[in-house]
Design a protein around this ligand. Structure first.
Ligand code: GTP
Ligand code: MG
Length: 206
């Protein structure tokens, strides 16, 4: 397979509750982050098609969406609803938490989490809460910054150094700018590299 080439993909399932989660069928790579940070946009960039719904207002994705990927090995991208949308009521925030918690506590093969962080703001309080929660579960994560295009070039290096010193990520975080083929290609390669390495570790019983 060509390095960074688009993957063959399909929407496998949209789940609004635990009963609708598909049976585990392979490693899952889960996209998490604040509402509107660009999770669905990045999933579309990786899959090379407009398959996930993107919205200009926070709160677009309301379900857990599973995309099957065939990239020589089969795995799944999972696009979650975002957190931290202040205008949401308490009921909706609790509903979000229930769904996300049910997904993570389901006995399935969650390979790792891609934690998206807005490059303009860096990790905010609810990103830190998420990080602490993932740490408790021993869940490996890859940090990816989004909206890099919204930061003036001259400020990028300084911001990057400031953020990464306080972050734990399997590989050095990438900075992305919406739909950019080169960046999507690099992220595809990183995801495959991590899935393969985690698979090797599992075989070795680590
Ligand atoms: N300029 C710029 N805009 C982006 C980028 N990524 C996403 N956007 C825009 O940000 C908005 C939100 O994108 P989504 O992909 O729907 O965000 P999300 O994280 O899936 O949001 P929820 O589904 O609400 O959790 C859309 O208007 C996107 O076009 C980026 O890197 N740069
Ligand atoms: Mg979304």
């Amino acid at each position: 397979m060509t390095v960074g080439a688009a993957w063959k993909s399909d929407l496998l399932r949209t789940a609004f509750n635990k009963g609708q989660l598909p049976p585990p069928a392979g490693p899952e790579v889960v996209f998490v982050g604040r509402s509107n940070v660009g999770k669905s946009t990045l999933v579309n960039a990786l899959l090379g098609r407009k398959i996930a719904k993107v919205g200009s207002k926070p709160g677009k994705t309301r379900s857990v969406n599973f995309y099957s990927v065939d990239a020589g090995r089969v795995f799944f991208l999972v696009d979650l609803p975002g957190y931290g949308y202040a205008a949401r009521g308490r009921d909706e925030r609790e509903g979000w938490w229930r769904l996300v918690n049910e997904y993570f506590s389901d006995p399935r093969d969650i390979a790792f989490v891609v934690h998206l962080v807005d490059f303009r703001h860096g990790p905010l309080a609810n990103d830190d809460e998420l990080t602490a929660w993932l740490d408790e579960m021993d869940m490996p994560r890859l940090v990816v910054f989004t909206k890099g295009d919204k930061v003036p070039r001259g400020r990028r290096q300084g911001l990057y150094s400031k953020y990464v010193s306080g972050l734990v990520s399997i590989l050095p975080p990438l900075v992305t700018s919406g739909v950019n083929d080169d960046e999507a290609g690099r992220l595809r390669d990183s995801i495959i590299q991590i899935i393969d390495e985690l698979g090797r570790q599992a075989l070795r019983g680590e």
